[in-house]
Write a protein that binds this ligand. Structure first.
Ligand code: GLA
Ligand code: ZN
Length: 667
């Protein structure tokens, strides 16, 4: 079986030669510099529509023909983009329906990008047409290795076409039965009963915005609209170029699209990685980004993922764009590869001369030559990546999974009650991921629909909403020997955001965890409770479930308030497995100590037996071991036997030192 689409790590990024159409010497210089920088791939055509179709139905592929040939002659592969992310002015002028209507109900004017209606039949047709032309023209071009569909799909449209599409979506979801919708949205509340589908509109600030079930449906609908827009885009590509894989670039944990669902439509998942290093170079950011990489790696089981964009130095869209310290971007790139990325790509190859992004980092600066710190770094990294082809297609074999579920994130965002200002779903999931990350253990990040049975341990923090079948799946996982941890406010509602009756957590989960949650307390900022676990006191903030241990064993109790002495952490043997309930929002110390105990109890061994000082992050991919130091200090590492340092090409053993902001790669 082919492990990946390539046999080497892709090193390249967004290339916009169409901005330099009148300066052919720049194109020639680009070829020379790309080779110097060990660039092997260029993503071309992302925003080229007005160049490719200057007038309706009039196509001009001259520049693309030329640049594709040039890239090929210079040994550089092409990831060819479809241009739907930004449209020509003539198109918007002639067919205003292609422009997006914002939540205010006002249609946008032509401008910026990503500004299109997701439903408009005209836009879909125009996109299909240009994509067909591209596919026909370049289907046999030897440089073209992959399709990059559009750019960072995002946003939503509230035009009449989209309203009608939303109603159609609801009809399908609720079996054409308005009474089912009335029940599931609990429309008896505030006299909301609908008597005709036409009474339903998208959620709006000046309209309906208090029906959480409806907002969930809107999220699902918008997400599905992006997917169907994508399917429309790729239909001609699948037909004309069935062997060229497709991807589209995702944006971190952007919550406007259910990426876990979308990923199933892609040959390869890719995402754009812009760590906020400039807000402080720190381990916390490294951990967040590690979590995100693992999310994308886990999304398309067995298929490769790409880091489609990153910056070589600074971005231009933070309030203050601080330069990252030298080599930090290389460390960040190596982190991506360590977590499973088969590519290191940048936005952008060359800084544009004008326009909004002219001060955004690039490989080639306005000075135009290679004698810059950034260029040298990129080119050194490129040479290093050439030594890492062994990792292509290799996956880690995780024994632990953290559930981060897009739809659950929506439901958590929408409900009103308890602690309304401290939801923090992402942060909570990262908090439970961190102990494993620090211990050199690979973790999969999965939706609640994935198969739990392959893991020794599944942690589902804040599992507020349960999609159909989740209760049964948790039950059978634990019964068959699995270990499951969940936390406060879990198992409250079904997928329509209707509360489970009969006490929380829902139905059989009360038996699985051996608890019943009677009330939930919320703590304002600055007010804390405490829990004692293994004779150590930990602080409690934001949320505390007041639970009864019905059959489970209490491992720690609250120390304050009227529920002092009541269980806060429970352990329950259920069938052959064990279920833990952590009833409060814990500090980081607690999840680290608690998870370390579970790791030893379950005998989950780290992926390598290298012994390193705290702060060295170890990550194994196939046979290759990545050691990364995101801290400010030198760290010691004790090797258990002799290894090859792949980048230095020497054999090493015994104690070694890893400098701050650096990495060592061993085999
Ligand atoms: C996004 C876009 C790029 C560019 C970068 C800037 O990721 O996809 O076109 O705008 O941001 O950081
Ligand atoms: Zn629309």
């Amino acid at each position: 079986m082919k492990k990946s689409f390539f046999d080497h790590i892709i090193h390249g990024g967004d290339y916009n030669p169409d901005q330099w159409i009148n300066t052919p010497e720049i194109w020639d210089e680009d070829m020379r510099l790309m080779k110097l920088a060990h660039i092997n791939s260029a993503t071309v055509g992302i925003f080229s529509w007005s160049m490719l179709e200057p007038e309706e139905g009039v196509y001009n592929f001259e520049f693309l023909d030329k640049i594709l040939d040039e890239l090929h002659e210079n040994g550089i592969d092409v990831i060819l983009s479809t241009p739907s992310g930004a449209r020509p002015a003539w198109l918007a002028q002639k067919y205003p329906e292609v422009l997006r209507v914002e939540e205010t109900g006002i249609r946008n004017e032509y401008g910026v990008r990503h500004n299109h209606c997701l439903t408009s039949p005209v836009y879909r047709e125009k996109v299909r047409n240009i994509n067909t032309k591209l596919a026909e023209r370049y289907k046999d071009h030897p440089a073209v290795k992959m399709w990059h569909i559009s750019n960072e799909y995002c946003g939503e449209c509230h035009c009449d076409l989209c309203q009608e599409a939303f109603r159609d979506w609801l009809k399908e979801y609720y079996h054409n039965d308005l009474e089912e919708l009335n029940f599931k949205w609990w429309n008896g509340f505030w006299a909301h009963r609908m008597t005709d589908w036409s009474q339903i509109n998208s959620p709006k600030f000046r309209g309906e915005n208090h029906v959480s079930a409806m907002k969930l449906c809107w999220n699902r609908f918008v997400s599905d609209s992006h997917i169907s827009f994508f399917e429309n885009e790729i239909a001609p590509l699948r037909e004309i170029t069935p062997n060229i894989p497709v991807t589209t670039n995702f944006m971190k944990m952007y919550d406007g699209i259910d990426y876990q669902k979308f990923a199933k439509h892609l040959d390869l998942v890719s995402w754009d990685n812009y760590p906020a290093w400039d807000k402080g170079y720190n381990e916390a950011e490294a951990c967040d980004i590690a979590f995100v990489h693992d999310t994308f790696r886990s999304m398309n089981d067995g298929k490769p993922f790409f880091m489609m964009e990153s910056t070589t130095s600074l971005v231009n869209w933070h309030d203050v764009n601080k330069l990252p310290r030298p080599r930090l971007q290389s460390l960040s790139a190596i982190q991506a590869v360590a977590h499973g990325a088969d590519s290191v790509q940048y936005f952008q190859w060359r800084k544009s001369r004008g326009g909004h992004e002219k001060y955004h980092g690039a490989v080639v600066d306005h000075c135009g030559h290679e004698h810059t710190r950034v260029f040298r770094e990129v080119s050194d990294l490129g040479a290093q990546l050439e030594k890492l082809s062994d990792v292509i297609g290799e996956k880690s074999n995780s024994k632990v999974a953290v559930v981060y579920d897009w739809e659950n994130g929506w439901a958590i965002k929408h409900f009103c009650g308890y602690n309304n200002i401290n939801r923090k779903y992402f942060e909570e999931c990262v908090k439970w991921y961190k102990p494993f990350w620090q211990n050199g253990l690979s973790v999969d990040i999965i939706s609640m629909e994935e198969d739990f049975s392959k893991y020794d341990l599944v942690i589902a923090p804040f599992l507020y909403m349960l999609k159909n079948g989740t209760i049964e799946r948790i039950e059978s996982y634990v019964k068959n020997g699995g270990n499951f941890i969940t936390t406060y406010l879990s198992g409250l509602v079904d997928e329509n955001d209707l509360c489970y009756l009969g006490g929380f957590p829902a139905n059989e989960l009360k038996d699985v965890f051996g608890i019943w949650c009677e009330e939930t307390d919320s703590l304002p900022e600055g007010i804390k409770n405490a829990v004692i676990y293994n004779s150590k006191e930990y602080s409690v903030e934001h949320v505390c479930d007041i639970i009864h241990a019905n059959g489970s064993t209490s491992l720690g109790e609250y120390q304050k308030d009227f529920y002092a002495g009541m269980p806060a952490i429970t352990e329950n043997k259920y069938g052959n497995g064990t279920a833990y309930y952590v009833a409060f929002r814990n500090d980081e110390d607690f999840s680290i100590d608690f998870c370390n105990d579970i790791i030893s109890k379950l005998n989950i061994s780290p992926d390598t037996s290298i012994d390193a000082e705290n702060g060295v992050i170890i990550r194994k991919r196939g046979d290759v071991i990545f050691l990364m130091n995101f801290s400010d200090n030198e760290k010691r590492i004790n090797l258990d036997h002799s290894y090859t340092d792949i980048l230095a090409d020497v054999s090493i053993n015994g104690q070694i030192i890893i400098k701050p902001c650096s990495y060592i790669i061993l085999k």
